[in-house]
Design a protein around this ligand. Structure first.
Ligand SMILES: [Ca+2]
Ligand SMILES: [Ca+2]
Length: 94
């Protein structure tokens, strides 16, 4: 290099919600120059994705039940919630 040089480091735009990252460039010693006191620089890489909300579905466990028996349903959440989810379920009997 002479005078100045621009180093560019590409970052990846993924679709994952994650903590912010960073790119750091650090000078190493070499022949013909002395490393200055500003020997590294860091650029924060800000995540721009939001957490995907789990999709909750309900399905009847059986199409019918004889009266007096229990009607049961299975609720599923996908993707798996990071912590237990409070889900509102309404049901009615006729
Ligand atoms: Ca992204
Ligand atoms: Ca991301």
């Amino acid at each position: 290099m002479t005078g100045s040089y621009t180093l560019t480091v590409a970052t990846t735009d993924d679709a994952t919600d994650e903590p912010d990252g960073s790119v750091t460039a650090s000078l190493a010693s070499g022949n013909g120059y002395t490393v200055g006191s500003a020997y590294s620089g860091t650029v924060a890489v800000l995540d721009d994705d939001v957490a995907a909300l789990p999709v909750v579905s309900v399905a009847a466990d059986a199409a019918s039940v004889t009266e007096g028996g229990d009607a049961s349903f299975t609720l599923t959440a996908h993707p798996l919630p990071a912590s237990p989810l409070a889900v509102t379920v309404r049901w009615r009997r006729r």
